[in-house]
Design a protein around this ligand. Sequence first.
Ligand code: FAD
Ligand code: NAP
Length: 313
Amino acid sequence: MSETKKTKVLIIGSGPAGYTAAVYSSRAMLEPVLVQGLQPGGQLTITTEVENWPGETEIQGPDLMVKMEAHAKAMGAEVLTDYITSLDLSKRPFTAYGDSGTTYEADAIILATGAQARWLGLPSEEKFKGFGVSACATCDGFFYRGREVVVIGGGNTAVEEALFLTNFASKVTLIHRRDSLRSEKILQDRLFKNPKIEVMWDTTVEEVVGTEAPLGVTGVRAKNVKTGEESIVPCDGFFVAIGHAPASELVKDQLKLHSGGYVWVEPGTTHTSIEGVFAAGDLTDHTYRQAVTSAGMGCMAALDAERWLAEQD
Ligand code: FAD
Ligand code: NAP
């Protein structure tokens, strides 16, 4: 049966931004409700070692997020398994509609919906998704024990995925469209030293090729962007790691956006273009996109919401 849940603060998203906002708004006695979405714990749940979370020299991403969830609950936040399918920000209280049938009414909303993996947009990529094409090495790497895989991308994610895949694959080819990587130097160093990894520079992937029955990947058609030369790189798995796009679908027609889809916030704050709606983390930040910066913005959003609610009273 459908129910209506009223809250002072509704937090949408359960990554570092959402859970930090939950900790701070709970401690401000705002009794927040946090809706986790389809990926409880957010992006860090699909990685392995996190080595840049202060206080932890090394921690597994999923373990860190379990700790954050426990912390938010211990402070008093109500953490719910649900997914917001639509939002009405045109009048207060704001209304959010959950996939579960629950309607949420909130005096203030903290948006922390983060980002989702970007795809190349090739029809063949779509065809083989789940049948050799993946955007998550942590989730699917195990299936490629003793096999050859290709990773595309040149950022931290691509380099980490390539390194992680060497735990299983016999060979990892990293394909990058330019002649230098944008990932951190420490990761590049590990990549270049790994004998299982070969890098193809100045190269794009034009097509994923494979078999029909059973559906499966046998290689990718790669193109050198400088010479125009094409070749088939044999592989059983193709991992797309070309970045992430902000998850602003819910609010794209209601809030001001910037840089191609990120939610705009007043500089130095988390106030969006609608009073009482706050945004934090990768949803709004196209520059830093780190767990620690997202958590920092989650804290800011809770403090901004608390002050704004006090002014309304
Ligand atoms: P996210 O972590 O993206 O979480 C978004 C949340 O919103 C999810 O819980 C999702 O379920 C929820 N959501 C989305 N839509 C809805 C909806 N409609 N209704 C309800 N909920 C919704 N950063 C580091 O600092 N160190 C690292 O080592 C590191 N490694 C990474 C490895 C990988 C493979 C990736 C992909 C990223 C990595 N990052 C790392 C970046 C880091 O994960 C992100 O910066 C951080 O997770 C962003 O946090 P967030 O809270 O903004 O959003
Ligand atoms: P990113 O830094 O945006 O890198 C995306 C990479 O994909 C770039 O190298 C880009 O090439 C390439 N690319 C983009 N579109 C492409 C296309 N259509 N075809 C081919 N290549 C394409 O994304 P990310 O690596 O996912 O990282 C996202 C954020 O999370 C970053 O802020 C990163 O620091 C953070 N993160 C941190 C860690 C860590 O701290 N250990 C780990 C993972 C992620 P160009 O270089 O030519 O633009």
